[in-house]
Design a protein around this ligand. Structure first.
Ligand SMILES: Cc1cc2nc3c(=O)[nH]c(=O)nc-3n(C[C@H](O)[C@H](O)[C@H](O)COP(=O)(O)O)c2cc1C
Length: 318
């Protein structure tokens, strides 16, 4: 029997390694009412031979709670270790545990985890079922890609997730082979919706606010998950157009949180900001000169962001 999902609205922020740690997530959740952003996910927490220690799970969940829930994502292939990690995550207050079957990184594949499991639907079902048994109340969800080399097994994979007892199936509509290519085939999402009776969350290729409704209307997905477009415009969920200064204040707040909570060095902070600038569209901040912003050194970059935010540099330094 599936368990009720905790989301407050159909649009969700995707799990993104190196990005959706608590600082970035909190800023996005703060800026979007729970009536437009229904929930978010941690970046994947990698499980190897033994269950993750509670302190690692706590760090992924972060100290703050918002009206919209944050699901904890696990990635691993060791059934007992992943299931015990799910149990601990529930104990620590995770409102949902998500399993990653989509990561195409070499490290994941070498460990036979993430998207490596797309070639083994039985193992997908086994992992989902073990986690469903391990937790007492919270829903288990699974995030798959449309397939490994091709999409021929999409329905089989979707059913494996459903048969394992998951309460939600998220489908990133690209295959492992397609990695992060520009085009995203939403017909695959429609196929997944037809294959299962649990709710489906569609993911892949959402570029603007209007795409959120369009994806659901065209595919029948109940939920829609936004990845990179939310890195470029954290306000995409509500569709509000922000001014340049407000956009810059987001980046500034991100820099401050990273420094305060992670003791991040100036170099690390500027690396994270540059990662966002790679996608950034909000407030037309870099207006065609994103590459030039990314070429700045860490001091100049923060100065530029402060200028755009309308924060005096001497005040910020003092
Ligand atoms: C930087 C980055 C990190 C990612 N890390 C994760 C992750 O930790 N777990 C996961 O399931 N997917 C991860 N993904 C995939 C996204 O969740 C999403 O499926 C993908 O970006 C497609 O959605 P989009 O077209 O809206 O970007 C990552 C994607 C990016 C760009």
């Amino acid at each position: 029997m599936t368990r009720p999902l905790p989301f407050t609205a159909p649009a969700l922020l995707a799990p993104m390694e190196g990005v959706t740690e608590p600082c970035f997530r909190d800023l996005v959740l703060e800026r979007n009412d729970s009536s437009v952003l229904g929930g978010a996910f941690t970046e994947f927490a990698r499980v190897t031979a033994v269950a993750l220690p509670r302190r690692t799970l706590r760090a992924h969940l972060g100290p703050r709670r918002h009206a919209a829930p944050v699901g904890l994502q696990l990635m691993g292939a060791n059934v007992a270790a992943v299931a015990e990690s799910a149990r601990r995550a529930e104990e620590l207050g995770a409102p949902l545990v998500d399993l990653n079957f989509g990561c195409p990184a070499k490290g994941a594949i070498r460990g036979c985890a993430g998207s490596a499991l797309l070639d083994e639907p039985r193992k997908v079902e086994e992992l989902v079922a073990a986690c469903v048994r391990a937790v007492a109340r919270v829903p288990i969800s699974a995030k798959i890609r449309a397939g490994g080399e091709d999409d021929a097994r999409l329905e089989q994979l979707a059913r494996a997730v459903e048969n394992g007892g998951a309460s939600l199936l998220t489908v990133h509509c690209r295959t492992r082979k397609e990695a992060y290519r520009d085009t995203a085939d939403w017909e695959r999402l429609r196929r997944a919706v037809r294959a299962v009776s649990i709710p489906v969350c569609g993911n892949g290729g959402v570029r603007c606010h209007a795409d959120l409704a369009r994806l659901r209307a065209e595919t029948g997905c109940t939920y829609v998950m936004v990845g990179r477009a939310a890195l470029g415009d954290p306000w995409i969920f509500g569709g509000r157009t922000v001014e340049r200064a407000e956009a810059a204040r987001f980046l500034l707040a991100y820099a401050e949180l990273l420094t305060a909570h992670h003791g991040a060095s100036a170099r690390m902070v500027s690396g994270r900001i540059k990662q966002l600038l790679h996608y950034w569209t909000a407030g037309d901040l870099c207006a065609g000169s994103g590459a030039a912003w990314r070429a700045l050194d860490e001091v100049r970059l923060l100065e530029r962001v402060r200028e755009a935010a309308g924060v005096a540099c001497d005040a910020a330094a003092g």
